[in-house]
Design a protein around this ligand. Structure first.
Ligand code: PXP
Length: 237
């Protein structure tokens, strides 16, 4: 079964636009769980422009599904993750001022940095996941670093899917097979949507988890949050 983890950063962005507490990030997260989400993802950034440290602390004791914290492993992020102890940490190589993640790790160049982090987080009982592209060698280096899972960066798939779905999925199927043969779990995320999610799942049914934010929250404007989550889960049947 592929779990749906809802990334709630966009909810925090909307709240931050006015300075009050509307929409309430914690309430939305709990409602996502109530409506069937099997996980909640947050991506705290150093400038707290989306999710704040205080959100992370508020969410931790209340969530009943899997809590995934993703981000660049700065000293502040590492400290926060070790204090909060989410179920999973996903390491992303994005610069502090980046709008959104736009590549996976060069796991070969950063092998020793990542290996140390896998040990630190693994030792704290937190499942580790490294955000990677479809390059098989870099996936092998994620395994060498000791990652429990990788998260495939799916933006290239989402971009090509509308014009050539077969070509779009092909490198992801190869990468997903490599991940499986290396004994790691498999997550995927970035630009997944109601348009492209089902096809990805049909071709890679052994996906453990997808993490979806932007499109899901945008769809909720039209469909409502409950119906939207149901529709995304239908793609993962
Ligand atoms: N996975 C990672 C590692 C991300 O950085 C993001 C964006 O914050 C997502 C998944 C979700 O991407 P999207 O918002 O396009 O669904």
């Amino acid at each position: 079964m592929t779990k749906l983890s809802v990334n709630i950063n966009k909810i925090a962005t909307l709240r931050n636009a006015r300075g009050g507490n509307n929409p309430d990030v914690v309430k939305v997260a709990l409602d996502c769980e109530k409506f069937g989400a099997e996980g909640i993802t947050v991506h705290p950034r150093p400038d707290e422009r989306h999710i704040r440290r205080s959100d992370v602390y508020a969410l931790r004791p209340l969530l009943t599904t899997e809590f995934n914290m993703e981000g660049y492993p700065s000293p502040e992020f590492i400290d926060l993750v070790l204090k909060v102890k989410p179920h999973q940490v996903t390491l992303v190589p994005d610069a502090p001022d980046q709008i959104t993640s736009n590549s996976g790790w060069d796991t070969k160049t950063h092998l020793s940095f990542l290996s140390d982090l896998m040990e630190t987080f693994g030792g704290a009982g937190i499942r580790t996941s490294i955000f990677v592209g479809t390059d098989i060698e870099l996936i092998e280096y994620a395994a060498k670093a000791g990652a429990d899972r990788v998260e495939l960066y799916t933006e290239p798939y989402a971009t090509l899917y509308p014009t050539n779905p077969e070509a779009a999925i092909a490198p992801f199927v190869e990468a997903a097979k490599a991940v499986r043969s290396l004994g790691m779990g498999l997550n995927a995320g970035h630009d997944l949507s109601l348009v492209n999610l089902k096809y990805m799942h049909d071709n890679i049914p052994w996906l453990d988890e997808v993490s979806i934010g932007h499109a899901l929250i945008s769809d909720a404007l039209y469909l409502g949050l409950q119906k939207t989550i149901e529709e995304y889960k239908n793609c993962l049947q």
